[in-house]
Design a protein around this ligand. Sequence first.
Ligand code: SAM
Length: 370
Amino acid sequence: MVHEIALTIKPTMNCNMRCRHCFNGDDLNASGLLDIEKAYWFIESACKEYHDIKITFHGGEPTLAGLDYYNKIYAFQDKMKEKYKVKFSNNFTTNAVLLNEELMDLLISHNALINISFDGPFNYLLRGDSDLVYERICSVKEKGGHVRVFCTISRGSYKHLLNIYRWFNERDIDFKILPIEPRGYAAVDRELLMDTDDFIIFLTDTYRYWVKDQSCQIRFYTFEEFASLRSDTQFKPFWFNREIALNPDGKIYPFGRPNDIQFCLGEPSADFSLTECFSASEYIRMLQILKGYRNEYCTTCDSTHVCNGVCICMSYMYVQKPELLRYSCNQSNKIFSSILAVNDEIMQDIKEGRAEKYTSIVRKKFGVKE
Ligand SMILES: C[S@@+](CC[C@H](N)C(=O)[O-])C[C@H]1O[C@@H](n2cnc3c(N)ncnc32)[C@H](O)[C@@H]1O
């Protein structure tokens, strides 16, 4: 039996920042706010059927719903925790412009991982308010909160990836990178896109540096995931039936990404079952469509054994155009191949007694007994 569920709740698709590359594109002009009652029903239905419930607020820009909205949401969560004896983990993904003291305190008191979108020294390339957002990141840290930066890498910044890593490390800020994808605005403004082969070179060089960087004091989430990759292990074995989203229109969708609004799975109500969404005819139809894409793309891909189609499925949740799907699939395949080659070298080094070259986190990922 599956005990975990990841809920994405999007209170609004509206946004107060016009990022040049946003995959939501013009959806950001939609002004509707999710009826809070629907959010309550959604959360309570998860509590009735699962033990471990991860809730991510996303959008659009979730802070636009206002402090009062989240005071009510987290009070409700506290009530549900008591009533159903469940475990919650909270994530909140924001551009941080409206992340004021009160909201920070509320999120920190609920142990939320606060994901702040910010591109370090190259933030100005894609978005505004760089100084303000940096201040917000520092404030969350000073308050003892848990912050993770989402750093988008694009044409203007990818050649400086090593410096970006050092920049975050010097400031003791945990982060992960999001390589820009041709989706939404970035599908139109192709000047923002990277040369894939070139990107892989910079990415791999930086990974090689990171695995041995004894000065690393931060969590670099992307590279920690890379260090777990093995050529004979699927990187995301449980992708379906584990995630579900509630959009501002009060309806449920498979993942809460722009293209999955084709597959409406229902609407929360007082006596509704979340697990039934995964056997809804629209969920089955989505699985059939994805099976078709996997047959088309995965049979000739070198990374099939690691990816098992997750990359193409994930990409389809954002966009449908074959050209854009091919871009993401090709990029993922090349990342897997290049990083797995480095991981093979690390394993060889470890086998031959040279484990001390690597940082303790890397040694741990590779199963070295200390
Ligand atoms: C779409 S925003 C929504 C949540 C919130 N408003 C925020 O700014 O974090 C979530 C993240 O997706 C990233 N993102 C948006 N469009 C992207 C694209 N075309 N390629 C890669 N990442 C993208 C953003 O940079 C941001 O870090």
